[in-house]
Write a protein that binds this ligand. Structure first.
Ligand code: GDP
Length: 440
């Protein structure tokens, strides 16, 4: 289980909250006590826990719930939002924006560095990239073999030489050999005779590799100490992002995540097991949803959201009507439309809009939706936010990564463009009917 008992305890608290007949100061305080206990058991820093408690209490007792939202739903939402904030609130991705994109990996021996390299390699392959690995760990000869073994099923080039004891030379040779690959991952030693030797080697390696991103791997089982490790690293390197490993079953993972988030170092991925698949891009929102067992709770929140939308602060629709409509927006629109009923039917409710819709728009079937979803999973964040950057080579890469054809990618893009145009079109129109009412 993820993060030991943290998830279980928090879920229990949320269920308890959901079962309360009335929400008053006493109930809020009890809920906060439960949350405090769960977080402290997970080694979250006491100061952070106290701040969080105070914010939850203040907001729960003083903030007026939006119209139509019960006080209970309101408190659930506040707890959820504040827990997300504890983890840094927004997702940060690896953005491969040049070729070759060079990533330098660092991490203490045993942190899960080698395993994480294998995981990231697989992740990038799934996105259609063509990564290579360069091993410069001269301290532990088995490191190269471990990498070879780990990546064997992935069929990626791994450059190294366990006879060569010169890390800098290995880096130079490897970079040259891998220059045709679009991502080069450079592994480094996790241990040395002296710590100062290790740091010196990192510095020289950094000069030679000239990395576009430096990733540090931190063992999540060390709890809030992870914060100090990340801080030291962030001070020593320029472009530092973090992978936190071993969050499966670790009682202290909450401490590691919150401590690293607190110092502002971007956590980009988390390791949740020993297998290559046990790896995910870190998204605080999604992470907390899962931790809280959001199934039931999400339904509650969605109701609150729908009502907030009726109240008129519907960010995505606003963006859409102003013409800023990204692939990400499109996907959430699909999901919303699905909830409201067939798209054509919805559009027919808008005077004058029905005919404007792309011919096949009403046939965005479940099957198409899941196909589009797989394609979008193979896109980078930049591509989802700025689809206009997707040209021929990216089309190929996305198709390769998702196991589909170039035509499929083009179909999605075409659909996106037509929809975007249509959205812009009736954004200018004054809308009546239920949907217009909703968008007011
Ligand atoms: P390195 O010395 O930093 O290269 O560490 P390794 O990659 O060899 O990993 C050390 C140990 O941690 C191995 O037994 C891995 O299987 C294990 N490990 C790595 N990542 C995770 C993870 O996310 N979850 C779990 N449970 N074990 C992990």
């Amino acid at each position: 289980i993820m993060l030991g008992n943290l998830g279980k305890n928090l879920t229990k608290t949320m269920k308890k909250l959901a079962g309360m007949a009335i929400i008053d100061e006493e109930v809020v305080k009890e809920v906060i006590k439960d949350i405090q206990r769960a977080l402290i058991q997970s080694d979250v820093n006491i100061k952070l826990v106290l701040n969080l408690s105070k914010t939850i209490e203040d907001r729960s007792l003083n903030e007026e719930p939006p119209k139509g939202v019960t006080p209970k739903e309101h408190v659930v939402r506040i707890v959820y939002e504040e827990l997300v904030n504890l983890l840094g609130s927004s997702a940060q991705e690896v953005e491969i924006d040049k070729r070759p994109y060079k990533i330098l990996f660092m991490g203490l021996q045993g942190s899960g560095k080698t395993t994480s390299i294998g995981k990231l390699t697989k992740y990038l392959q799934k996105k259609g990239f063509n990564p290579a690995i360069v091993s410069t760990d001269t301290w532990r000869p088995a490191a190269y073999e471990q990498l070879l073994q780990l990546t064997e099923p992935m069929n990626v080039p791994v450059y190294g030489d366990h006879e060569n004891k010169d890390a800098l030379d290995l880096a130079r040779t490897g970079l040259k050999a891998a220059k045709k690959n679009d991502v080069i991952i450079v592994d480094t030693a996790g241990r040395h005779k002296e710590e100062s030797d290790l740091l010196a080697e990192m510095e020289s390696l950094s000069t030679i590799v000239d990395p576009d991103e430096v990733i540090m791997v931190i063992d999540g089982t060390i709890g809030q100490q992870a914060g100090e490790q990340a801080l030291a690293f962030n001070n020593a390197t320029k472009i530092g992002s973090i992978i936190i490993t071993k969050l499966d079953g670790s009682a202290k993972g909450g401490g590691a995540l919150s401590a690293v988030a607190e110092i502002g170092a971007p956590i980009k991925f988390i390791g949740t097991g020993e297998r290559v698949e046990d790896f995910e891009a870190f998204d605080p929102d999604r992470f907390i949803s899962r931790l809280l067992g959001m199934g039931d709770i999400r339904t509650l929140l969605e109701r609150a959201e729908e009502i907030a939308e009726e109240e008129g602060d519907m960010g995505s629709v606003d963006a859409m009507l102003s013409g800023k409509f990204t692939l990400k927006d499109m996907y959430s629109q699909f999901e919303m439309m699905n909830k409201m009923g067939p798209m054509q039917q919805v559009m027919n409710m808008i005077p004058g809009a029905g005919g404007k819709l792309p011919k096949n728009a009403s046939q965005v079937t479940e099957e198409k939706l899941s196909k589009y979803k797989i394609l979008m999973d193979s896109m980078t964040d930049q591509e989802l936010e700025h689809p206009e950057v997707i040209k021929q080579s990216r089309v190929k890469r996305i198709a390769r990564g998702s196991g589909m054809k170039n035509e499929d990618v083009k179909e999605l893009l075409k659909y996106y463009n037509v929809t975007k145009k249509a959205m812009k079109g009736f954004g200018k129109r004054k809308m009546g009917g239920p949907l217009g009412q909703m968008m007011k």
